[in-house]
Design a protein around this ligand. Structure first.
Ligand SMILES: Cc1cc2nc3c(=O)[nH]c(=O)nc-3n(C[C@H](O)[C@H](O)[C@H](O)COP(=O)(O)OP(=O)(O)OC[C@H]3O[C@@H](n4cnc5c(N)ncnc54)[C@H](O)[C@@H]3O)c2cc1C
Length: 341
């Protein structure tokens, strides 16, 4: 019997297949590229501190270690210049007193002759960027070479559940692992899990000079790389199937003009759906109704950082019965499945 049938080859599927392969398990992947999937358009940023309150991402060191193990040289360090606004000062002061932030925060003076609009100064920290397109194409190629990839649309109608395995088109597998991104929403046997999906857009700009390498970040980020300038991203919780839009382009240009004092024009625009969960932590684990079905979904806007850690944790649960860390275990949402009487 095969060990696992993995559905989906975005960041979640790549992470799960990496963990399965590393542990010597036998598996097959079913995937077909579908519109608005998250990974092909992910900007690949992995940030230790985020949001208007400057929150240090919980479990950051463990997440980064797992990410480094999977991505290797596809992950590049860069500097984040967080531009201060008056409204940020209380958080900056609070974080500077907190020893957990000591490794991350250092105040900097803006460089001379820089196009950045920076009236209140800046704070710096180090982050990483993943080359997601290369990761996805290398993973796809490796699975093709290994004859493990079936490029086809998957349907649960082709699955029958048994106590010890599932059957998919005549082949038995110990586990069905769904890594279907935002298409996991309302997908049995996990349809009871609640999400807050958003449509997002970012763009590559015609190159801007007079901005130093790395990211300048306030509500939006501008990523200055040696060969390109990237800018993002928008959040729309209503129009979930929109692709790239004129409204998105306008919003991006207007936002870019609040960060830099120079001409801003879009070269290429990207759009996709992020599937954040109701409590912003991923959903990992098995189904309470179909115990041979497992899920890794709800990676939100931080899939690059979360996926490797979650993929390993899920494979250890399924194959070695190692308990999941509670903060990613989808069982924490049991109350959404069975509301109190
Ligand atoms: C605009 C934008 C910018 C982003 N920037 C970042 C960023 O900078 N950093 C970061 O960490 N994250 C970022 N994200 C979030 C990131 O994209 C997601 O967290 C991540 O891609 C989710 O990965 P996934 O594997 O769960 O889902 P997906 O990438 O959506 O993968 C699901 C896969 O399953 C396949 N699939 C689904 N259903 C079926 C089926 N029935 N049959 C066959 N195949 C199927 C899909 O085609 C797809 O290949 C961004 C997202 C957006 C939209």
């Amino acid at each position: 019997m095969m060990d696992a049938l993995v559905v989906g080859l975005g960041l979640a599927g790549v992470s799960v297949t990496h963990a399965l392969r590393s542990a010597g398990h036998r598996f097959t992947v079913v995937d077909v590229p579908l519109p608005h999937s998250g990974s092909p358009v992910a900007a690949g940023l992995m940030l230790p501190i985020s949001g208007p309150r400057w929150v240090l991402r919980p479990h950051y060191a463990e997440l980064l270690e797992a990410a480094t193990g999977l991505y290797g040289p596809l992950m590049t360090p860069f500097r984040v210049n967080r531009l201060l606004g008056e409204e940020h000062e209380p958080y900056l002061h609070k974080r500077q007193q907190d020893p957990a932030y000591a490794d991350y925060l250092s105040e900097q003076q803006p460089p001379q002759d820089d196009a950045t609009i920076d009236p209140h100064g800046r704070v710096q920290w180090t982050a990483h960027c993943l080359d997601v397109p290369t990761l996805l194409s290398q993973a796809r190629q490796q699975l093709t070479d290994e004859e493990r990839l079936v490029e086809a649309s998957f349907s649960l109608d082709d699955v029958t559940y048994h106590p010890t395995h599932i059957d998919y088109r005549g082949t038995p597998y110990k586990w069905l692992i769904l890594c279907t991104g935002h298409r996991a929403i309302q997908q049995p046997p996990f349809e009871w899990l609640r999400y807050q999906p958003s449509h997002g857009e970012w763009c590559e700009l015609h190159p801007i000079d007079r901005v130093e390498p790395g990211i300048i970040d306030r509500r939006y980020w501008m990523h200055q790389e040696p060969t390109r300038t990237r800018f993002g991203s928008t959040y729309d919780y209503k129009e979930l199937d929109a692709g790239t839009t004129a409204a998105g382009a306008l919003a991006l240009i207007e936002a870019a003009k609040t960060l830099v004092d120079c001409d801003v024009r879009i070269k290429t625009q990207y759009a996709g759906i992020r599937a954040a969960t109701i409590d912003w932590s991923p959903y990992v684990g098995t189904s309470p109704t179909q115990p041979r079905a497992a899920l890794l979904a709800g990676l939100g806007s931080t899939g690059a950082l979360l996926a490797p850690y979650c993929g390993h944790a899920l494979v250890r649960l399924l194959m070695d019965d190692d308990p999941l860390p509670s903060w990613i275990n989808l069982a924490r949402r049991e109350r959404d499945r069975v509301p109190p009487a």
